[in-house]
Design a binder for this molecule. Sequence first.
Ligand code: SAH
Ligand code: SF4
Length: 397
Amino acid sequence: MTTVLNQLAARPRYIPNDPRPSLIGLTRDELAAALARAGVAEKQRRMRMGQLWHWIYHRGATSFAAMTDISKELRTRLDEVFIIGRPEIVTEQVSTDGTRKWLIRLAPDERGAAHEVETVYIPEEDRGTLCISSQVGCTLTCTFCHTGTQKLVRNLSANEIVAQVMIARDRLAEWPHQIEAMKTPPAGGRYITNVVLMGMGEPLYNFDNVKRAMAVVSDGEGLSLSKRRITLSTSGVVPEIPRAGEEIGTMLAISLHATTDEIRNKLVPLNKKYPIKELLDACRAYPGLSNARRITFEYVMLKGVNDSLADAKRLVKLLAGIPAKVNLIPFNPWPGTQHECSDWEAIEAFAEVLNKAGYASPVRTPRGRDIMAACGQLKSESQKLRAKERLAVEAGA
Ligand code: SAH
Ligand code: SF4
């Protein structure tokens, strides 16, 4: 059964069409520059930037008024020119297995369209994973993916990517001071131990914003999620993979899903541009790989398409020489899909071939299927604003 929580009373007030820019998602240097624009004197800027950083990313403050070690005068000034609120949570759904999904309405873009994205939290015994989106929709059209059927596409800003992590922290009540006040805090002091860029969108087609957002999320004096616990998943945008390793520096996951170009061309059309050999060469060259730092290869199990023993053996050959683990993902159905999930026996037999060859290949238990929160099920009905609202935006109301 699905529970939809409506009592989101604790959420910060959200003002649609607020003309003030948000400070969330700015890097430290950008934050210092924003303070300069607000009139903060140069000799104070570094110190003020540090204070703001602490309040925003360590304390989870949602208003300047809470920042008691900053003078009242400056707080009022900051409130005049900036915001630090969050985008609006439209719905929060909780699956029977504890998975949570938030539908988040983003502030209208310059054309007045109010898009929505989904963020999913998956609690497990030894970890809690937050799955975040990097785009509204996706320009790619993998045949098994619901997101790929969404027409409207735009990149998320660094602000909108970071805000997903902050919204999850708000709703799970896991800011450090909240954890300290708990009688039975979560093991390790946090609910979100890992972040995966596996929601909506292709992160490497939104490189700069993803890079900036991950710098903010991994900052040790703020949200403090180590890059070793952040995984970026790509469908195989080969030219960006070396840069991703050097400049973003997170762990890498590759949506492989097939062992021949013929089949991958059909499943992941991007393969026609960047075939399997080029993709795996880029993986071999990914910086910092070792047995402790492996690439994850995702492989969605599609009945009669990519799930034979011959496929499993070919996969072992393809991965030779790459520190790798394989995630076998049972296909998650969605309305209108042509595909079916492989039979359980086929998945087990496939996994066994990989295990025998020495590859850890856990079968990913589908999570949150009852609320359409599982891999590949995300899709938002991005709305266009009604004419009246659009006019108000254009008039700067
Ligand atoms: N665009 C990126 C990241 C988002 S998709 C990428 O493709 O890697 C996250 C993972 O879910 C990918 O491995 C994707 O192939 C997989 N996926 C997509 N649709 C799925 C479905 N219906 N069932 C199971 N996994 C799916
Ligand atoms: Fe886009 Fe990834 Fe879905 Fe392919 S699997 S359509 S790349 S989100």
